[in-house]
Write a protein that binds this ligand. Structure first.
Ligand SMILES: *[C@@H]1O[C@H](CO)[C@@H](O)[C@H](O)[C@H]1NC(C)=O
Length: 359
């Protein structure tokens, strides 16, 4: 008896232990991602847009898959955060077959030229998923996809423990307010426009995502656009564009205030602010402090749009570059941002993502 049962017992205990370790390794049930090219991962491949990044050299450092639609050489912030949470990278919602798919670790709704405003990015770039459309797809997820797997109470709990990552706003300037293809700058002054963006975003977070069950939000500041090679003042290549960054600073300041107010206005929700603006300024001014060398030049050959020219070999020293194309950082930068937000101190406030998962 003993000789027969002992190995079986060991096996069962082993399997149980493995399952426990596995489930413990997941710090949240799911990661849902909204936003623009900082987190885009393939939805645009299905859309009629010329903002796609689904060709080489994008994805050159992405394990096995290559060009997926991510606007960088490898992982995005969302991929790194998912990995730290013990989750698979949230797949782009538009490429998932929701009739046959059975995964519940979250989706990515991002689109490269997406904005808080629905008209953003549409002037000559074709179809994009604005925040409004992304939220519609999430509503579909909650109302049609998830209920086949969860009971009502279970679904509420699952959503309340999931992490909602939102990185949006830059296109509302670069592909709206600062572009003469849109009327925004004739209608609104800078202050009015930033107020409008924050009103819209607040409503998207509270009236929509919170209402659908989201409770744990990580909302990133707008990027230091004036520091991107595409915007850099040519005379002093290491200085960031002041006018553009002043718009960004105004918006970012108000974003912090809005999130604090939002936290007080609803129950059981936590709003984390991801302060990437100053970090990006520091990265550009002092790349060596972060183990990088070049913060002035795009790694790939770029076209007028700032995106990589297709199929041209990029630089070799991608691990020491700040920018992959003229707009988007390298995976190395995304890794730094994600790591600091996940378990660092000060980038994501009032708590990091690891602390957020314990709330
Ligand atoms: C807040 O959390 C409590 C305890 O889990 C719960 O009973 C209540 O329904 C929640 N309220 C909202 C609005 O989510």
């Amino acid at each position: 008896m003993d000789r027969f049962f002992m190995p079986l017992v060991v096996l069962i205990v082993g399997v149980l232990f493995f399952c426990m370790v596995e489930s413990q390794a997941q710090l949240a049930p799911a990661l849902y991602v909204f936003g623009d090219s900082a987190v885009v991962s393939g939805n645009d491949n299905k859309l009629n847009t010329n903002g796609k990044a689904n060709y080489a050299p994008y994805g050159i450092d992405f394990p096995a898959a290559g060009p997926t639609g991510r606007a960088t050489n490898g992982f995005t912030i969302a991929d790194f955060v998912a990995k730290s949470l013990g989750l698979q990278s949230p797949r782009p919602f538009l490429v998932v077959n929701t009739r046959t798919d059975r995964s519940y670790e979250g989706f990515n709704y991002a689109s490269g030229l997406a904005g808080i405003r629905s008209e953003t990015g549409t002037a000559d770039h074709g179809v994009t998923l604005s925040m409004e459309k992304q939220i519609e797809l999430f509503r579909k997820t909650v109302e049609e996809y998830l209920p086949s797997h969860f009971g009502a109470a279970e679904l509420r709990k699952y959503l309340s423990k999931s992490i909602f990552l939102v990185i949006v706003g830059s296109n509302d300037y670069s592909h709206n307010y600062l572009s003469n293809q849109y009327k925004s700058s004739q209608i609104y002054d800078m202050k009015q426009f930033s107020d409008l963006l924050l009103d819209n975003l607040q409503s998207q977070l509270l009236d929509n995502l919170y209402h659908l069950g989201a409770r744990k939000f990580v909302v990133f500041e707008m990027d230091a656009m004036g520091c991107e090679p595409g915007f850099l003042e040519t005379v002093k290549p290491s200085k960031c564009g002041k006018r553009v960054n002043s718009y960004v600073e105004t918006y970012n300041h108000k974003l912090g205030v809005m999130l604090q107010r939002a936290a007080k206005s609803v129950r059981n929700a936590t709003f984390v602010l991801g302060k990437r603006y100053q970090l990006m300024n520091d990265l550009v001014a002092n790349p060596t402090r972060f183990g990088l060398r070049d913060s002035a030049n795009p790694c790939c050959s770029v076209s007028k749009s700032g995106l990589c020219v297709p199929n041209k070999a990029p630089c070799q020293d991608r691990k020491s570059r700040v920018f992959f194309d003229a707009i988007h950082p390298t995976e190395a930068v995304y890794k730094t941002i994600a790591a600091q937000c996940f378990n660092g101190d000060g980038l994501c406030v009032p708590m990091n993502i690891q602390q957020l998962t314990k709330k």
